[in-house]
Structure formats: structure tokens, C-alpha cells
Design a protein around this ligand. Structure first.
Ligand SMILES: Cc1cc2nc3c(=O)[nH]c(=O)nc-3n(C[C@H](O)[C@H](O)[C@H](O)COP(=O)(O)O)c2cc1C
Length: 312
């Protein structure tokens, strides 16, 4: 059984030290471990071609068409893993761009339910390892307080959402701006070691049996995030996983009561999502047959205001 660590920060930076501490614990528990440092990979940015989604809709494996970078390497190590631990520094209140870029490339392209749809409804030949139930833990390190790191953890949930890895524990290490400063905090090292124990304790379980072991400091019972959106039309929903709810007063406090409705990571939600995308593509293709003249594509194509740097 293998735990894959994904290091999204500097070589021997704070996030990498915490990840290594976590992986050492996994090893002590008898697991094989390996670590990928994103700074070592060359990952091209997603071109937004929708090819991965269309591929699944048309009964193929949904792999990205972009070639000539390290995505094949990353995919292979992901598929070979049985659990994940991701560790990243907070940059601009969220996860670093390098990790977000990987997230774009792994979004629809790694979506387990899109692949299930391609296999079950379109006859695609899908590697069985996409359907392995992997527990996961996430770690974030910030130079500032917890309010400066929150959306990084939310982004990590979305990274895990596509391949349907189940979040078991998450930890934000705060007030560590200087390289190596996490070592000043034995409690942080202990906490990530506990996170690792929690993650490996869930390896081999079926998805629905994998437990959340990260404590009770969360608002949303589905994704364990703390961010809530208030929308005048649709009411309240979890800003991370979209689970709908409403504000209620309980014991003199305003809290969110979540409804028993699907969140964005639910398999049925994902299946409907790919079916709806397919429908909208079909509808627009039909619409264009009769109305393409009326849409005035050329008006925008010919609007020549682009400036670009000159290259030799
Ligand atoms: C570009 C940049 C943006 C940063 N933005 C934040 C931030 O929004 N919130 C925060 O708490 N720390 C922020 N930091 C501080 C880093 O998260 C902190 O130094 C962390 O320990 C770096 O982790 P590393 O050593 O693994 O690279 C930022 C650092 C950099 C370089």
C-alpha cells in the first residue's frame, strides 16, 4: 500500500518539511511512501479546449490531449497510490499557482464519475485504478493567521473532488513566514503526524466507510469547509462544495442548517453534471446551424486591441 505525498512548495520549505514528517509516520505504520515535488515537474497550463470532457462524453478515457510535459508521470504515480497527502504554502490566501495549474489539468480529466459515465454508458475502456477509494489529508502553511490561508484548503478539496479521494483530515500551520520555521513548532509536527495516522487508518476502506477524523472545527458537514455563500436568490450554500442550506437560530447562535441535497462531489451530482454539459454542447451545435450569423462572432474576432510582448 502506497501513500503519495504531493509537495507544492519549495525544496525543504515549511510545507515540504511537514509533508516529510507525515510521510515518515506513514512509513513507520508500514506503508510505502513517495513524494512528488511540483517544482520538479513541467506541467503545461490547461488550454480550456474541453477535450477531456468531450472525450468522456464520446466514450473515451478523458485524458488530456496536451503532450510533451510531465502529466503522464503524475497520472501514473497518482494511479499507483492508495492514499494522498498534499502539502502547500498559502500564496495570496489560496494554494500556489503551480498547484492550481495541476488542478486545472486534473479537473475534468481525473473526474472519476465522468470516467464511470464513459465506461458504463458509452463503453469506454477505463483503467480500474480510477475507481480505487483513496483517503486523503491536506496541509497548508501560511506566514499569517488562519484567516489568510482558508481558501487554500478549499481549493485542495476541489483537487480531491474530481478523482473522488476522501478527505480524512486537514491542518493549517500558521505564522510561519520564514523557511524552516515550522520546526520551531513541535505541536505542528505532532499534528501532521496524527494527520498521517488518520489517513493511513482509512486505507483499504470503501468510500462511504472512510471516516472524517479531523475534529469539529468546520461548518459544512460534507466537505468540512468553513466558507458559506449568501445568495439573495438561492439562499445559503457551502462556498466549497455547493451544499445548500439555510441560516437558523440555535441556542442563541446563528448557524447553517444544511439540507439533505446533493453537493458538488456527490457521484450522482457529477453524473448529472457531465450529462448536462453534453446536452448543452449538443443544443448549441444545433443552434449554430440555424443562427450562427446572428451571433456576430466576427464582431469580437475582428476587434483588434490585443497587445503582446515582442519576442526575438
Ligand atoms: C507569493 C507569496 C504569497 C504569500 N501569500 C500568503 C498568504 O496569502 N497567506 C499567508 O498566510 N502566507 C502567505 N505567504 C507566506 C508563505 O505561505 C509562507 O512563507 C510559507 O511558510 C511558505 O511555505 P514554503 O516554505 O513551503 O514555501 C506568501 C508567500 C509568498 C512567497
Amino acid at each position: 500500500m502506497k501513500v503519495l505525498g504531493i509537495s507544492c512548495g519549495r525544496d525543504m520549505g515549511n510545507s515540504e518539511i511537514l509533508l516529510k514528517e507525515a510521510l515518515m509516520t506513514c512509513e513507520k505504520k508500514g506503508f510505502e511512501v513517495e513524494m512528488i515535488r511540483l517544482h520538479d515537474l513541467y506541467i503545461k497550463p490547461c488550454l480550456g479546449c474541453n477535450g477531456c470532457i468531450i472525450s468522456c462524453i464520446n466514450g473515451h478515457n478523458g485524458y488530456c490531449h496536451l503532450k510533451g510535459d510531465d502529466m503522464d508521470f503524475f497520472r501514473e504515480h497518482f494511479l499507483a497510490s492508495d492514499a494522498l497527502i498534499i502539502s502547500a504554502p498559502a500564496y495570496n490566501n489560496t494554494a500556489p499557482g503551480l498547484f492550481r495549474m495541476l488542478g486545472d489539468r486534473c479537473g475534468p480529466s481525473f473526474d472519476r464519475e465522468f470516467k464511470r459515465y464513459a465506461r458504463d454508458f458509452k463503453g469506454a475502456d477505463i483503467d480500474e485504478r480510477w475507481f480505487k477509494d483513496r483517503p486523503a489529508g491536506t496541509i497548508i502553511v501560511g506566514g499569517g493567521p488562519s484567516t489568510h490561508v482558508q481558501t487554500a484548503l478549499d481549493f485542495m478539496f476541489h483537487f480531491l473532488k474530481s478523482p473522488k479521494c476522501k478527505l480524512v483530515d486537514q491542518f493549517a500551520a500558521t505564522f510561519c513566514p520564514a523557511p524552516g520555521q515550522v520546526l520551531e513548532h513541535p505541536d505542528y509536527l505532532e499534528r501532521v503526524s496524527k494527520l498521517a495516522e488518520n489517513v493511513v487508518s482509512q486505507v483499504g476502506k470503501k468510500f462511504d466507510d472512510i471516516e472524517w477524523l479531523g475534529g469539529d472545527n468546520f461548518v459544512c458537514p460534507n466537505c468540512h469547509g468553513n466558507a458559506v455563500c449568501i445568495d439573495t436568490e438561492t439562499g445559503v450554500h457551502c462556498a466549497t462544495c455547493s451544499k445548500p442550506g439555510q441560516f437558523v437560530e440555535r441556542d442563541g447562535k446563528i448557524v447553517v442548517e444544511f439540507f439533505d441535497e446533493l453537493a458538488a462531489d456527490d457521484p450522482e451530482y457529477r453524473r448529472q453534471h457531465i450529462i448536462n454539459i453534453g446536452k448543452r454542447h449538443d443544443e448549441f451545435r444545433e443552434y449554430l446551424k440555424a443562427h450562427s450569423e446572428e451571433l456576430h462572432f466576427d464582431k469580437y474576432k475582428d476587434y483588434d486591441i490585443l497587445v503582446k510582448p515582442e519576442r526575438a
